[in-house]
Design a protein around this ligand. Structure first.
Ligand SMILES: O=P(O)(O)OC[C@H]1O[C@H](OP(=O)(O)OP(=O)(O)O)[C@H](O)[C@@H]1O
Ligand code: HPA
Ligand SMILES: [Mg+2]
Length: 181
């Protein structure tokens, strides 16, 4: 697995330090609110786990699974809901937790979808942002790191379902995916 990695972009230690900072900010901003973290599966599972541990107010957690990438490195632009929330979200303060924003298509769809269900507020928390690739504008309330336009894997993020278990966020060698481009 490691031989397909070009370089480590963000180390596990740097991720943890940033996640702690983000947790503190969210703790401060959501005092007295009805906070619900909505993790976007599968990529956000690891980030959500670490983030939740750093938020020191009562909250609930649910997940949605959507897919726009399939097994490709390019977004198809069509967002499909594969798993929906378990219950209603009327009056709740939703924080959408994402691993990475690339074109913005996934989160643009999800924000509009959750607002239309009567949430009191819907904000975005993302660990990574690739601003060069944006196709639709999305407002990000909490951001970990801006990253260059490179295909990354690790810390929950996959290529063709692999590499999610890497502790660091790494850049994949082009040879690892060029055969399917
Ligand atoms: O801003 P966008 O261009 O829409 O890309 C970002 C989305 O793409 C990835 O998910 P993917 O569809 O690969 O599913 P996964 O989380 O299961 O890997 C990633 O986890 C984000 O959800
Ligand atoms: O860089 C990425 N890596 C993995 N999945 C992704 N989905 C959007 N961008 C990426
Ligand atoms: Mg993926």
């Amino acid at each position: 697995m490691k031989h397909n990695i070009k370089e480590v972009l963000v180390t596990y230690e740097n991720i943890q330090a940033k996640v702690e900072e983000m947790g503190k900010e969210i703790t401060k901003d959501y005092q007295g609110k009805d906070l619900m973290l909505v993790g976007v599966l599968k990529g956000a599972f690891m980030f959500l786990g670490d983030l939740a541990k750093n938020i020191e107010i009562p909250l609930t957690i649910d997940f949605m699974a959507v897919s726009s990438y399939g097994n490709s490195t390019e977004s198809s632009g069509v967002v499909r809901i594969l798993k929906d929330l378990e219950g209603g979200i009327e009056g709740k303060d939703i924080l959408l937790v994402e691993d990475i924003i690339d074109t913005g298509l996934t989160l643009n769809y999800l924000v509009n979808n959750l607002k239309s269900r009567g949430a009191k507020s819907v904000k975005i928390c993302t660990l990574l942002d690739k601003p060069e690739r944006r196709l639709v504008n999305v407002e990000i309330a909490y951001k970990g790191f801006d990253i260059p336009d490179e295909f990354v894997v690790g810390y929950g993020i996959d290529f063709a379902e692999g590499y999610r278990n890497l502790k660091d966020i790494c850049i994949l060698k082009e040879e690892a995916y060029s055969h399917i481009l």
